[in-house]
Structure formats: C-alpha cells, structure tokens
Design a protein around this ligand. Structure first.
Ligand SMILES: Cc1cc2nc3c(=O)[nH]c(=O)nc-3n(C[C@H](O)[C@H](O)[C@H](O)COP(=O)(O)O)c2cc1C
Length: 182
C-alpha cells in the first residue's frame, strides 16, 4: 500500500476562469513530495433537497462523499460572495454532512480564498470556519492564505505568477501534511 498522502481539493467557484480553481491547480503543482492533490468537480452536484435523499442519494453525491472518505485531508478554495461562502460550496458540504457515514468528521482541512478585492476572501473564510465547527472538520488555523488582488496574481491562462502567494500556498500544504502525519 502506498504511504502517499491523499488530499482532496475543491473550489467553490464553477467559473471557467475562477481564481480559486486556479489556486487549487497551483497547489497541485506546488505539492511537496509524498502527497498528491485530486481536484473534485462540484458542478454536477444538485441542490440539496431532502426529497432527493428519500429517492436515493444521487450517484454524483455518493462519489463525492467517497472521495472525501478516501482522502487523508481536504483543501478548500473558496470565493467570497456577499461576505460569505458561495452556495456551490455550502451545498456540497451540506450533502456531505448527511447520512450515517459522516465523511467530513475529523478531516484535517486547509482553507484558502482568492478575490480581486483587498481582503482576499477573508470574510468568507471565517464563515467557512464557523461551518467547520458543526461538521467537525479540523481546519488549520495557520497559515491563513488570503489571495487578495487575485486578478493581478494569475496570468491569462490561470497560472499563479505571484511568488509570495506561491510560497504561502506551499507553506499551507506543508502544514496540512504535518497535521496528517501527527
Ligand atoms: C454574487 C457575488 C458576490 C460577491 N461578493 C463579494 C464579496 O463580498 N467580497 C469580495 O471580495 N468579492 C465578492 N465578489 C467578487 C468575487 O470575489 C469575484 O467574482 C471572484 O473572482 C470570484 O471567485 P472566482 O474567481 O474563483 O470565481 C462577489 C461576486 C459575486 C458573483
């Protein structure tokens, strides 16, 4: 069996040119040796509705929950929408919070956010941290990665060009790996 640490990443943005999704791709590149990042796509997860649960959990939700369960840790990249997390992210977490299996329970989690604004999505991160309490996710407190002025930190192809931010993401990934190894 491989000792490689498996990290599951997901972005709260479905936008093709999303800065948050681009930050996740940068994290995949910057991942220290011994760990891999798989990026989950939230675009096909339907809006949560208890009737869907009653009919049978959609396959796409089942698959997402399994990816979470199989991962050693999570990396969440969230945009800030009106000072909070976007519905796409909350919806995915709501689905994953249901049922007996509780894949999120106790999962080490790193959080980052990107915004063209000057706070880099900080307010959304603190809302997300509040949600982590009830889900019993285990978020890293530090380092905090707020990618502010994100429109100036990525090139037209979505490559992260800002050296400071590359360093900050690398430190976040290392801290997550250290938490898994503890
Ligand atoms: C509905 C909506 C609300 C937004 N509210 C905020 C906000 O409160 N703070 C902020 O910094 N940016 C806000 N923005 C701008 C987003 O940060 C920006 O669209 C960003 O690029 C979204 O992330 P993405 O690039 O990963 O899609 C908002 C955007 C939308 C669509």
């Amino acid at each position: 069996m491989s000792n490689e640490i498996k990290i599951l990443g997901f972005s709260g943005s479905l936008r093709k040119k999303s800065f948050n999704s681009a930050a996740l791709r940068a994290a995949r590149e910057l991942m220290p040796p011994g760990a891999i990042l798989e990026i989950a796509d939230l675009s096909m997860i339907p809006f949560f509705n208890e009737d869907l649960e009653t009919e049978g959990v959609p396959q796409v939700v089942f698959d997402f929950n399994k990816k979470i369960a199989d991962a050693d840790a999570l990396l969440i990249a969230t945009p800030e929408y009106n000072y909070s997390i976007p519905p796409v992210l909350k919806n995915a977490l709501d689905w994953a919070s249901r049922g007996a299996n509780k894949p999120l329970d106790g999962k080490p989690t790193a959080i980052m956010s990107a915004s063209p604004g000057m706070f880099g999505g900080a307010r959304a991160q603190y809302h997300l941290r509040q949600v982590c309490v009830v889900l019993n996710l285990q978020p890293l407190n530090k380092p905090e990665v707020f990618i502010m002025s994100a429109d100036k930190k990525f090139d037209a192809d979505g490559n992260l060009t800002d050296e400071y931010t590359r360093g900050a993401i690398t430190k976040l990934l290392q801290a997550l790996i250290d938490k898994v190894n503890k």
